[in-house]
Design a protein around this ligand. Structure first.
Ligand SMILES: C[S@@+](CC[C@H](N)C(=O)[O-])C[C@H]1O[C@@H](n2cnc3c(N)ncnc32)[C@H](O)[C@@H]1O
Length: 289
C-alpha cells in the first residue's frame, strides 16, 4: 500500500520526485522553469499590474512574476492550503522580499477578492486538482478587471501514454483487463485529474465570458531507460495529496494479487528498455472584455 501524502508542500518538495534519479530531477526542474517562463511571457505583465498566482504552491510563478514586476506592481500569492502560504512566506523572508507581495488563503472557486480587482491571473497545474473547473474559471473572470489577462498551464493527463500502450499483449495474461482498467480510470467524470482536456477547458473559458482565447497544446515527450526498481515508486507514489496511488486505482478493477503480478511482469517487460512517454499539456491565455 502506498503512503498517503498529507500536504501539498510535502508533495511539491519530495513526493513528485520520488521515482526520479538525480538527472531526471534536474531535467524536471529545468522544465518547470521553462513552463514558468512561458506562462509569464504569455501573461504579458506590465509595470503596475496586480498579479494573482492561484494555487501558488511553493511560489514557482509568484516569485517569477515578482522578479519581472521589479517593484512596480503587486503579486498576490494565493493558495487554499496554509502549508503552501507558510512555505512562500518563508521563501520571501529568506530572499528579503517584503514589498509588492501579499498572501491570501482562498479556494480557487471562492477567491476572497472584490470583482474587477486584479490585472492578471496566472496559474500552473491547479485546475487539474479541482473537480468543478467551470466554477473556478468563472471566479477568475469575476476578479479580473475588464481588459485583464489570464495565463495558465494544465497537464492533460487523460491523453498521457498508458501502460497498455507500452507492453506486448502476449506477455501479459491480463492484458485485456489492464487496458480496460486504464481506459476506465481516465474517463471518470468524478476524478479531477482526468475529467477534462484542452477542449473542455476552452469551452469553460468561453462560457465564463472570456474573449481572445488562445489554447496552445504541446506534447511533452520523454524517452528514457526503465530500471526495474522504478516500477514500485510509479505504482505507489500518489499523484497528489489525499489521492490514491496507481496501485490502489488498479485494485478497483483487479484483485491485489493480479496487480502485483502485473507490476512484476512490467519489471521484466520494461526493465532495461527505452520507453517514450507522451504527456500533452495546454497553455491557455484569455482576456476579460
Ligand atoms: C501541482 S501544485 C502546483 C503549485 C504551483 N502552482 C506550481 O506551479 O508549482 C497544485 C497547487 O494547487 C493548490 N490547490 C489545490 N486545490 C486548490 C483549490 N481548490 N484552490 C486553490 N488552490 C488549490 C495546492 O495547494 C497546490 O499548491
Amino acid at each position: 500500500m502506498s503512503e498517503l501524502v498529507k500536504t501539498w508542500t510535502e508533495w511539491l518538495v519530495n513526493s513528485r520526485f520520488s521515482y526520479m534519479n538525480e538527472t531526471q530531477k534536474q531535467q524536471t526542474l529545468l522544465w518547470l522553469i521553462n513552463v514558468r517562463d512561458e506562462i509569464l511571457s504569455r501573461a504579458k505583465l506590465q509595470p503596475g499590474d496586480t498579479v494573482i498566482d492561484i494555487g501558488s504552491g511553493t511560489g514557482l510563478l509568484a516569485f517569477g512574476a515578482h522578479m519581472l514586476l521589479n517593484g512596480k506592481g503587486k503579486v498576490i500569492v494565493s493558495d487554499a492550503f496554509t502549508d503552501c502560504l507558510d512555505a512562500c512566506q518563508r521563501i520571501a523572508e529568506y530572499c528579503g522580499i517584503t514589498d509588492c507581495i501579499e498572501f491570501l488563503q482562498a479556494d480557487a472557486t471562492d477567491i476572497k477578492l472584490p470583482e474587477n480587482s486584479v490585472d492578471v491571473v496566472v496559474m500552473r497545474s491547479v485546475l487539474v486538482h479541482i473537480l468543478k473547473k467551470a466554477d473556478a474559471i468563472k471566479e477568475f473572470y469575476r476578479i479580473l478587471k475588464p481588459g485583464g489577462r489570464i495565463s495558465i498551464f494544465e497537464p492533460i493527463i487523460r491523453k498521457n501514454t498508458r501502460y497498455y500502450q507500452l507492453i506486448n499483449p502476449g506477455s501479459f495474461p491480463n492484458y485485456a483487463k489492464i487496458k480496460d482498467a486504464e481506459q476506465k480510470m481516465v474517463s471518470d467524470e468524478n476524478d479531477s485529474l482526468t475529467n477534462f482536456d484542452e477542449l473542455t477547458l476552452e469551452n469553460n473559458f468561453r462560457d465564463a465570458g472570456f474573449k481572445n482565447i488562445d489554447v496552445k497544446v504541446s506534447i511533452e515527450s520523454s524517452t528514457y531507460e526503465v530500471r526495474a526498481e522504478m516500477i514500485d515508486p510509479w505504482f505507489n507514489a500518489p499523484p497528489s495529496p489525499g489521492k490514491p496511488a496507481l496501485k490502489q486505482m488498479f485494485m478497483e478493477f483487479m484483485p491485489e494479487a493480479e496487480v502485483n503480478e502485473f507490476m512484476e511482469n512490467l519489471k521484466i517487460e520494461l526493465g532495461g528498455k527505452n520507453i517514450t512517454i507522451n504527456s500533452p499539456v495546454a497553455y491557455i491565455y484569455a482576456v476579460k472584455d
